[in-house]
Design a protein around this ligand. Sequence first.
Ligand code: SAM
Length: 274
Amino acid sequence: MTFSKGYGQNFLINESVPGRIAAHCGAEKDDGILEIGPGIGTLTSELAERYAAVVAVEIDGRLLPILGETLGRYDNVTVIHGDILKTPLAEIAEKYFPGREITVCANLPYYITSPILMYLLESGVQFRAVTVMVQKEVARRLIAAPGTPDYGALTASVNRYGTAERLFDVSSGSFLPAPKVDSAVVRIVPYREKPYSVNSERTLGRVIRGGFAQRRKNLANSLSSEFREIKKEDLIRLLSGLGFGAGVRGEELGIKEFALVSDAIDGFTNGERT
Ligand code: SAM
Protein backbone atom coordinates (compact mmCIF):
# COMPACT_ATOMS: atom_id res chain seq x y z
CA MET A 1 0.00 0.00 0.00
CA THR A 2 1.23 3.51 -0.75
CA PHE A 3 0.83 6.39 1.68
CA SER A 4 -1.63 9.04 0.71
CA LYS A 5 -0.10 12.48 1.09
CA GLY A 6 -3.49 13.97 0.35
CA TYR A 7 -4.87 12.35 3.49
CA GLY A 8 -1.94 13.45 5.64
CA GLN A 9 -0.78 9.92 6.28
CA ASN A 10 2.24 9.84 8.57
CA PHE A 11 1.97 6.64 10.54
CA LEU A 12 3.55 6.21 13.95
CA ILE A 13 6.34 3.66 13.87
CA ASN A 14 8.01 4.49 17.19
CA GLU A 15 6.63 1.72 19.37
CA SER A 16 6.49 3.63 22.63
CA VAL A 17 4.64 6.72 21.39
CA PRO A 18 1.11 5.32 20.80
CA GLY A 19 1.02 3.86 24.33
CA ARG A 20 2.22 7.13 25.77
CA ILE A 21 -0.44 9.15 23.96
CA ALA A 22 -3.18 6.69 24.98
CA ALA A 23 -2.05 6.69 28.61
CA HIS A 24 -1.96 10.50 28.85
CA CYS A 25 -5.02 11.42 26.82
CA GLY A 26 -6.95 12.35 29.96
CA ALA A 27 -9.62 9.63 29.64
CA GLU A 28 -10.88 7.42 32.44
CA LYS A 29 -11.19 3.64 32.10
CA ASP A 30 -14.95 3.71 31.42
CA ASP A 31 -14.76 6.41 28.75
CA GLY A 32 -15.76 6.08 25.14
CA ILE A 33 -12.89 7.15 22.89
CA LEU A 34 -13.30 8.84 19.53
CA GLU A 35 -10.23 8.45 17.32
CA ILE A 36 -9.82 10.31 14.05
CA GLY A 37 -7.73 8.58 11.39
CA PRO A 38 -6.70 5.25 12.91
CA GLY A 39 -4.35 4.57 9.96
CA ILE A 40 -3.20 0.98 10.50
CA GLY A 41 -4.44 0.91 14.07
CA THR A 42 -1.32 1.43 16.21
CA LEU A 43 -2.86 4.07 18.51
CA THR A 44 -6.29 2.42 18.27
CA SER A 45 -5.12 -0.85 19.83
CA GLU A 46 -3.48 1.02 22.71
CA LEU A 47 -6.76 2.85 23.29
CA ALA A 48 -8.78 -0.38 23.08
CA GLU A 49 -6.53 -1.97 25.72
CA ARG A 50 -7.12 0.86 28.18
CA TYR A 51 -10.65 2.18 27.69
CA ALA A 52 -14.18 0.82 27.50
CA ALA A 53 -15.08 1.52 23.88
CA VAL A 54 -13.38 3.03 20.85
CA VAL A 55 -14.88 4.44 17.67
CA ALA A 56 -12.31 5.22 14.97
CA VAL A 57 -13.27 7.20 11.87
CA GLU A 58 -11.00 6.63 8.85
CA ILE A 59 -11.43 8.30 5.46
CA ASP A 60 -9.16 6.01 3.44
CA GLY A 61 -11.10 2.88 2.46
CA ARG A 62 -7.89 1.04 1.55
CA LEU A 63 -7.02 0.91 5.26
CA LEU A 64 -10.21 -0.86 6.32
CA PRO A 65 -9.08 -4.44 5.53
CA ILE A 66 -5.78 -3.75 7.32
CA LEU A 67 -7.65 -2.37 10.34
CA GLY A 68 -9.85 -5.49 10.23
CA GLU A 69 -6.69 -7.53 10.81
CA THR A 70 -4.85 -5.33 13.30
CA LEU A 71 -7.94 -4.67 15.43
CA GLY A 72 -9.85 -7.91 14.85
CA ARG A 73 -9.14 -9.20 18.34
CA TYR A 74 -10.85 -6.25 20.06
CA ASP A 75 -14.58 -6.43 20.58
CA ASN A 76 -14.70 -2.86 21.92
CA VAL A 77 -13.58 -1.16 18.67
CA THR A 78 -15.81 0.09 15.87
CA VAL A 79 -14.20 1.42 12.70
CA ILE A 80 -16.31 3.79 10.64
CA HIS A 81 -15.37 4.55 7.05
CA GLY A 82 -15.89 8.25 6.54
CA ASP A 83 -14.73 11.83 6.70
CA ILE A 84 -14.67 13.10 10.28
CA LEU A 85 -15.81 16.53 9.08
CA LYS A 86 -19.02 14.93 7.77
CA THR A 87 -19.55 12.59 10.72
CA PRO A 88 -22.49 13.52 12.98
CA LEU A 89 -20.74 13.48 16.34
CA ALA A 90 -23.81 13.77 18.54
CA GLU A 91 -25.28 10.71 16.81
CA ILE A 92 -22.03 8.76 17.26
CA ALA A 93 -22.02 9.70 20.94
CA GLU A 94 -25.59 8.56 21.43
CA LYS A 95 -25.24 5.35 19.45
CA TYR A 96 -21.85 4.06 20.62
CA PHE A 97 -21.23 5.75 23.96
CA PRO A 98 -24.57 5.98 25.79
CA GLY A 99 -24.04 7.08 29.38
CA ARG A 100 -20.28 7.40 28.95
CA GLU A 101 -17.94 10.36 29.12
CA ILE A 102 -16.19 10.79 25.78
CA THR A 103 -12.56 11.61 25.11
CA VAL A 104 -11.03 12.30 21.72
CA CYS A 105 -7.57 10.90 21.10
CA ALA A 106 -5.91 11.15 17.69
CA ASN A 107 -2.80 11.67 15.64
CA LEU A 108 -4.42 14.22 13.37
CA PRO A 109 -3.91 14.54 9.62
CA TYR A 110 -1.95 17.77 9.50
CA TYR A 111 -3.64 19.25 6.44
CA ILE A 112 -6.91 19.75 8.32
CA THR A 113 -5.86 20.11 11.96
CA SER A 114 -7.69 23.39 12.64
CA PRO A 115 -10.95 22.47 10.85
CA ILE A 116 -11.07 19.17 12.78
CA LEU A 117 -10.42 20.85 16.13
CA MET A 118 -13.11 23.45 15.50
CA TYR A 119 -15.54 20.80 14.24
CA LEU A 120 -15.06 18.83 17.46
CA LEU A 121 -15.29 21.84 19.77
CA GLU A 122 -18.30 23.36 17.99
CA SER A 123 -20.17 20.04 17.82
CA GLY A 124 -22.00 20.60 21.09
CA VAL A 125 -20.77 17.22 22.37
CA GLN A 126 -19.22 17.66 25.83
CA PHE A 127 -15.85 15.92 25.60
CA ARG A 128 -13.87 15.15 28.72
CA ALA A 129 -10.69 15.94 26.79
CA VAL A 130 -9.49 16.33 23.23
CA THR A 131 -5.94 15.02 23.01
CA VAL A 132 -4.28 15.34 19.65
CA MET A 133 -0.90 15.10 18.03
CA VAL A 134 -0.26 18.14 15.85
CA GLN A 135 2.68 19.86 14.23
CA LYS A 136 4.86 21.57 16.82
CA GLU A 137 4.15 24.97 15.35
CA VAL A 138 0.39 24.40 15.73
CA ALA A 139 0.96 23.18 19.30
CA ARG A 140 2.69 26.46 20.08
CA ARG A 141 -0.28 28.38 18.68
CA LEU A 142 -2.78 26.31 20.63
CA ILE A 143 -1.17 26.94 24.01
CA ALA A 144 -0.04 30.53 23.43
CA ALA A 145 -0.90 33.27 25.92
CA PRO A 146 -2.33 36.64 24.79
CA GLY A 147 0.38 39.12 23.82
CA THR A 148 2.85 36.45 22.65
CA PRO A 149 3.82 35.98 18.97
CA ASP A 150 2.13 32.58 18.61
CA TYR A 151 -1.19 33.81 19.97
CA GLY A 152 -3.75 34.20 17.20
CA ALA A 153 -7.23 33.49 15.90
CA LEU A 154 -6.77 29.73 16.37
CA THR A 155 -5.81 30.18 20.04
CA ALA A 156 -8.70 32.51 20.78
CA SER A 157 -11.15 30.32 18.85
CA VAL A 158 -10.10 27.25 20.85
CA ASN A 159 -10.24 29.27 24.07
CA ARG A 160 -13.93 29.88 23.42
CA TYR A 161 -14.40 26.22 24.26
CA GLY A 162 -11.54 25.18 26.54
CA THR A 163 -7.92 25.45 27.55
CA ALA A 164 -4.97 23.70 25.94
CA GLU A 165 -1.78 22.30 27.39
CA ARG A 166 1.20 20.70 25.72
CA LEU A 167 1.94 17.19 26.96
CA PHE A 168 5.13 16.14 25.14
CA ASP A 169 7.02 16.42 21.86
CA VAL A 170 7.44 13.67 19.27
CA SER A 171 10.31 13.79 16.78
CA SER A 172 9.63 13.50 13.05
CA GLY A 173 11.65 10.26 12.95
CA SER A 174 8.85 8.55 14.87
CA PHE A 175 6.68 8.54 11.72
CA LEU A 176 6.65 6.83 8.36
CA PRO A 177 7.03 8.71 6.11
CA ALA A 178 8.83 11.25 8.32
CA PRO A 179 7.18 14.67 8.08
CA LYS A 180 9.37 17.75 7.62
CA VAL A 181 8.70 19.02 11.14
CA ASP A 182 8.46 17.61 14.65
CA SER A 183 5.13 17.12 16.40
CA ALA A 184 3.69 17.62 19.84
CA VAL A 185 0.81 16.15 21.76
CA VAL A 186 -1.66 18.71 23.07
CA ARG A 187 -4.58 18.16 25.39
CA ILE A 188 -7.55 20.50 25.23
CA VAL A 189 -9.88 20.35 28.20
CA PRO A 190 -13.27 21.75 27.21
CA TYR A 191 -14.95 23.97 29.79
CA ARG A 192 -17.77 22.45 31.80
CA GLU A 193 -18.76 26.00 32.55
CA LYS A 194 -17.55 28.79 30.31
CA PRO A 195 -15.46 31.42 32.10
CA TYR A 196 -17.25 34.15 30.13
CA SER A 197 -20.68 34.79 28.70
CA VAL A 198 -21.79 36.56 25.55
CA ASN A 199 -25.10 37.65 24.10
CA SER A 200 -24.22 36.37 20.66
CA GLU A 201 -21.76 33.60 19.81
CA ARG A 202 -21.96 34.74 16.20
CA THR A 203 -20.76 38.24 17.07
CA LEU A 204 -17.98 36.76 19.23
CA GLY A 205 -16.81 34.73 16.23
CA ARG A 206 -16.76 37.89 14.13
CA VAL A 207 -14.87 39.82 16.82
CA ILE A 208 -12.17 37.14 16.96
CA ARG A 209 -11.92 36.95 13.18
CA GLY A 210 -11.85 40.75 12.90
CA GLY A 211 -9.47 41.14 15.84
CA PHE A 212 -6.79 39.17 14.04
CA ALA A 213 -7.62 40.22 10.48
CA GLN A 214 -4.85 42.81 10.38
CA ARG A 215 -2.42 41.90 13.11
CA ARG A 216 -0.23 44.92 12.64
CA LYS A 217 -3.05 47.36 13.04
CA ASN A 218 -4.69 48.43 16.25
CA LEU A 219 -7.87 46.68 17.30
CA ALA A 220 -10.28 49.36 16.07
CA ASN A 221 -8.71 49.32 12.59
CA SER A 222 -8.57 45.57 12.48
CA LEU A 223 -12.19 45.20 13.63
CA SER A 224 -13.40 47.75 11.11
CA SER A 225 -12.54 45.37 8.27
CA GLU A 226 -15.03 42.86 9.74
CA PHE A 227 -17.65 45.30 11.06
CA ARG A 228 -18.07 47.52 8.02
CA GLU A 229 -21.55 48.46 9.23
CA ILE A 230 -20.02 50.36 12.18
CA LYS A 231 -18.09 53.62 11.75
CA LYS A 232 -14.49 53.50 12.92
CA GLU A 233 -14.96 56.36 15.36
CA ASP A 234 -17.81 54.42 16.98
CA LEU A 235 -15.57 51.36 17.31
CA ILE A 236 -12.87 53.51 18.92
CA ARG A 237 -15.45 54.93 21.32
CA LEU A 238 -16.79 51.48 22.19
CA LEU A 239 -13.31 50.15 22.89
CA SER A 240 -12.32 53.15 24.94
CA GLY A 241 -15.54 52.70 26.96
CA LEU A 242 -14.23 49.25 27.86
CA GLY A 243 -10.89 50.72 28.90
CA PHE A 244 -8.95 49.75 25.76
CA GLY A 245 -6.63 52.53 24.60
CA ALA A 246 -6.09 53.55 20.98
CA GLY A 247 -2.96 51.40 20.63
CA VAL A 248 -4.41 48.11 21.84
CA ARG A 249 -4.16 45.19 19.40
CA GLY A 250 -6.31 42.10 19.05
CA GLU A 251 -3.44 39.82 19.99
CA GLU A 252 -3.38 41.33 23.49
CA LEU A 253 -6.95 40.25 24.29
CA GLY A 254 -7.89 37.02 26.01
CA ILE A 255 -11.23 35.33 25.46
CA LYS A 256 -12.91 37.24 28.31
CA GLU A 257 -11.91 40.56 26.76
CA PHE A 258 -13.10 39.46 23.33
CA ALA A 259 -16.44 38.60 24.95
CA LEU A 260 -16.67 42.13 26.42
CA VAL A 261 -15.98 43.66 23.02
CA SER A 262 -18.57 41.35 21.46
CA ASP A 263 -21.30 42.42 23.87
CA ALA A 264 -20.41 46.09 23.49
CA ILE A 265 -20.71 45.80 19.69
CA ASP A 266 -24.01 43.95 20.02
CA GLY A 267 -25.33 46.58 22.40
CA PHE A 268 -24.33 49.28 19.94
CA THR A 269 -25.85 47.62 16.87
CA ASN A 270 -29.01 46.89 18.82
CA GLY A 271 -29.38 50.58 19.42
CA GLU A 272 -28.19 50.95 23.02
CA ARG A 273 -25.65 53.54 22.01
CA THR A 274 -23.22 54.04 24.86
N1 SAM B 1 -3.42 7.09 13.78
C1 SAM B 1 -2.43 6.65 12.81
C2 SAM B 1 -1.05 6.70 13.44
O1 SAM B 1 -0.90 7.40 14.43
O2 SAM B 1 -0.15 6.04 12.93
C3 SAM B 1 -2.48 7.48 11.53
C4 SAM B 1 -2.32 8.98 11.69
S1 SAM B 1 -2.15 9.84 10.17
C5 SAM B 1 -1.26 11.28 10.71
C6 SAM B 1 -3.75 10.58 9.87
C7 SAM B 1 -4.86 9.58 9.52
O3 SAM B 1 -6.07 10.30 9.32
C8 SAM B 1 -4.63 8.78 8.25
O4 SAM B 1 -4.96 7.43 8.48
C9 SAM B 1 -5.61 9.41 7.24
O5 SAM B 1 -6.04 8.51 6.22
C10 SAM B 1 -6.74 9.83 8.16
N2 SAM B 1 -7.57 10.94 7.67
C11 SAM B 1 -7.20 11.99 6.89
N3 SAM B 1 -8.22 12.83 6.67
C12 SAM B 1 -9.29 12.32 7.35
C13 SAM B 1 -10.64 12.73 7.52
N4 SAM B 1 -11.09 13.86 6.96
N5 SAM B 1 -11.48 11.95 8.27
C14 SAM B 1 -11.01 10.81 8.84
N6 SAM B 1 -9.74 10.38 8.72
C15 SAM B 1 -8.88 11.11 7.99
